[in-house]
Write a protein that binds this ligand. Structure first.
Ligand SMILES: [Zn+2]
Length: 321
């Protein structure tokens, strides 16, 4: 039977998004299931199979027509083996997902979710045509993926691309989820913006952020951005601080990888117009001129689809090789 389709599975901590696409990446059918409260290997594997069966049955495609299944999953992973070492949100520890899904008789292509997202943007989103590209997603943390000569850069043990955990400030007392202090993600993410906003209120600064919430704990990045959009001075200053930190990290990435494009996604990217000037000012001050002038930064295109489209791209990348 002719292999005319691929399936992408985006394995998230709360839901599994699955889609069937043709070999051009056109999505024909989607499925979405919540993982639920019971999170263990058997439940997760059963739910993955359910979503795959759903998109197959509803399109009347035969599984034999599917050339491969791309599975985007939080790391750390061993891609070749199909091994998921550890995912705290799903309680998967040392699960060989290729073995678990072997009864589907279809090749499984495991990929780190952030790297898959990078590939998704490069194939089908804002990264189209960029052979050397960095994808960053800035929301509660900072994740990303590095594309070199059109391929994901995986590193020695499939761990490359943890850009959020480069140390931005060695003297920082802000502890990161990874255990280090002063990581880029700890200082420049939406969570960092939220923390700066909360600190401003605790210091009783004169800002409209105060009017937008009932409790200090309700100040998140979006609230600060909202006040900044209304030209609140304090909020604008906080956005500038985040923009400078983002620009500092980006300048390092530009110096190391010499990309032609940086694709910027995640919730914080919705405020790009408020960040852009300071980000560029910082890059121009810190990155090498000859490299900075070759790069463009553009917002991501795929939005909440990026995970599942990335998983499709991961499958296509293997099949078309
Ligand atoms: Zn970290």
């Amino acid at each position: 039977m002719k292999k005319e389709y691929v399936i992408g599975v985006d394995l998230g901590g709360t839901k599994i998004l699955t889609a069937l696409s043709d070999l051009e990446g056109n999505i024909l059918k989607r499925s979405r299931v919540l993982v639920g409260d019971v999170k263990d290997k058997d439940t997760v594997v059963t739910k993955i199979k359910e979503t795959i069966e759903q998109v197959i049955e509803e399109t009347e495609v035969d599984l034999e027509q599917v050339a491969g299944i791309g599975l985007g999953c939080p790391g750390p992973l061993d891609i070749e083996e199909g091994l998921i070492h550890h995912t705290p949100n799903l309680n998967l520890d040392d699960v060989n997902i290729k073995d678990e899904l072997s009864d589907l008789n279809t090749p499984i292509f495991l990929e780190n979710d952030a790297n898959a997202a990078a590939l998704g943007e490069q194939w089908f989103g804002s990264g189209k045509g960029a052979e050397n590209m960095i994808y960053i997603t800035v929301s509660t943390g900072i994740g990303g993926g590095v594309i070199i000569n059109g391929d994901i850069y995986h590193g020695t043990s499939d761990g490359a691309g943890e850009i959020g955990h480069m140390t931005l400030d060695p003297n920082s007392v802000v502890k990161c989820g990874c255990g280090n202090f002063g990581c880029w993600e700890a200082l420049a993410s939406g969570t960092a913006l939220s923390r700066l906003g909360q600190e401003a209120l605790k210091a009783e600064e004169d800002t409209m952020i105060d009017d937008l919430v009932d409790e200090i704990s309700e100040v998140d990045g979006a609230v600060v951005a909202k006040a900044a959009a209304k030209e609140d001075e304090v909020a604008l200053e906080l956005m500038n601080t985040i923009a400078e930190r983002l620009g500092t990290g980006l300048a390092s990435l530009i110096n190391i990888f010499n990309p032609s494009r940086i694709v910027f996604g995640g919730g914080v990217s919705n405020s790009w117009s408020l960040l852009e000037d300071k980000v560029w000012e910082t890059i121009e001050a810190r990155a090498m001129d000859s490299l900075a002038e070759k790069v463009e930064i553009i917002p991501a295109e795929l939005g909440s689809d990026v995970g599942v489209v990335g998983a499709i791209a991961a499958a296509l990348a293997h099949i078309k090789k």
